[in-house]
Design a protein around this ligand. Structure first.
Ligand SMILES: Cc1cc2nc3c(=O)[nH]c(=O)nc-3n(C[C@H](O)[C@H](O)[C@H](O)COP(=O)(O)OP(=O)(O)OC[C@H]3O[C@@H](n4cnc5c(N)ncnc54)[C@H](O)[C@@H]3O)c2cc1C
Length: 407
């Protein structure tokens, strides 16, 4: 038996992109349903470092591009949301660090890069004297300069919870094998067939939003869209739990010619009440060719070099591989802006960075308005949600990857 259901918008994917869009579209009064094949945030979002960037990466060469100006506006835009005055009310989202720091921890070239960056970011960066060092570095005599950035760090589990809890009634866990797209040959989705123990639900919508991160690749193939396409950038991230009492939030700028920090370190509360230090940056990018043992050995060596006063002997280490999913650009360049492509009744999205999600949200709202997709009176939404609820549970929130790995 097939049951026909209708809604305005179907969103695929419950990472930051899908959840942010769900909130923005509900503000517009659009009937919206979000489908998640796994657990909310369990893709890139909870694996991210949670840094709301202000564009430092683009400034280390000393030259600011238009993309860097766009991202420079993001910390303030997020701060408005955190104060309950922005695009979305994020007052339930925790801030782990109100500022992020940058340290020229290497030799001459690292000092040159941080100096050029500080000039390019004039007004958005402060060189600190030893008396203003964050707790972790207090009392240490550092070589090179320590800078305070406008960037800050959010707690991603509380962000996912903040965005999902007001809309739990319209977020459904639908396993991949129960979901099939019915498409025409023009790159449009005719409907979504959801297989249940009681038959098939044929769910149709005015627009379908692909916000499934790396899962967008398979959705594009099912719809038959070859262009645009997706690229993935693999990373080999490191995490350690030590009994050191202080969290670290720091880019360690090294001596390579590249513009990626040698290590980008964030700290996240662990369930046992301590801190997990989480390490990305150049070591994670180059680490995709290293085994877990090699990556951990190098991580330990690099940390020992930059923070020799910490005792690593009792630390527990882990590492894992994860892909960043983005639109594929010419020459495998990294995209600098949030990405939205509208074709037929499909909107393809990648925020590219957690930081840029507010920009993505605004682009989707603008596009739907241009396409005259608006809330209508006389809705039968209650019955669509009630029928879906009979078959599918609310998707749960995933755990950060290190919680399982560092037991
Ligand atoms: C290691 C790492 C560190 C990062 N650090 C930062 C940072 O500090 N600051 C920053 O700004 N950005 C950072 N990023 C980038 C940022 O995390 C991503 O841009 C962002 O989380 C992408 O969100 P998303 O919702 O598009 O994808 P995801 O978070 O990957 O979510 C996609 C969701 O879709 C679901 N899904 C997959 N297929 C389907 C399907 N067919 N139907 C329904 N659901 C489906 C998945 O289960 C998943 O829950 C980092 C990324 C990584 C990997």
């Amino acid at each position: 038996m097939t049951q026909e259901l209708h809604t305005d918008i179907v969103i695929f994917g419950g990472g930051i992109a899908g959840l942010w869009l769900l909130n923005r579209l509900r503000q517009q009064g659009l009937e919206t349903v979000l489908l998640e094949t796994d657990a909310l945030g369990g893709g890139q979002t909870l694996a991210s470092q949670g840094i709301i960037h202000g564009g430092l990466k683009y400034a280390l060469s000393g030259v600011l591009s238009p993309a860097s100006s766009a991202i420079a506006a993001m910390p303030d835009r997020w701060r408005q949301c955190l104060a309950g005055e922005g695009d979305i009310d994020l007052r339930q989202t925790k801030v782990l660090a109100p500022h992020y720091f940058m340290w020229s921890s290497g030799g001459y070239r690292s000092r040159l890069k941080t100096f050029l960056g500080s000039k390019a970011l004039r007004g958005r960066i402060d060189a600190l004297s030893a008396s203003s060092y964050p707790e972790f570095l207090r009392g240490q005599s550092l070589s090179g300069t320590l800078y305070k950035l406008t960037d800050f760090v959010v707690d991603t589990p509380s962000l996912v919870s903040n965005l999902s809890s007001p809309h739990a009634d319209r977020i459904f866990h639908v396993p991949k094998e129960q979901m099939r797209l019915v498409c025409n040959n023009k790159g449009a989705i005719a409907q979504l067939a959801l297989n249940t123990s009681r038959g098939t639900i044929a769910l149709s919508a005015k627009r379908y939003i692909l916000a499934a991160g790396e899962g967008n690749g398979a959705l594009l193939s099912q719809i038959g869209i070859e262009q645009p396409s997706m690229q993935v950038r693999p990373l080999h991230m490191l995490a350690l739990r030590s009994d050191h009492p202080h969290p670290v939030f720091l880019h360690c700028i090294g001596d390579s010619f590249g513009m990626t920090p040698r290590m980008t370190i964030t700290s996240h509360p662990s369930q046992d009440g301590g801190w997990i230090w989480y390490i990305g940056g150049e070591i994670a990018e180059s680490g995709v060719d290293r085994s877990a043992e090699q990556q951990i050995a190098l991580g330990r060596q690099q940390l020992q070099e930059v923070f020799p006063w910490v005792d690593y002997d009792r630390a527990q280490w882990t590492s894992f591989f994860i892909n960043r999913a983005e639109p594929k650009l010419a020459n495998l360049q990294r995209p600098d802006t949030a990405y939205l492509h509208a074709t037929e009744n499909v909107l393809l999205t990648w925020p590219t960075k957690l930081t840029l999600t507010p920009e993505l949200g605004q682009s989707v709202v603008n596009t739907l308005q241009q396409q005259s997709i608006a809330a209508e009176s006389g809705s039968n939404e209650g019955s669509t949600l009630a029928q879906l609820r009979k078959q599918f549970a609310t998707a749960s929130i995933a755990q950060p990857r290190w919680e399982d790995l560092l037991r």
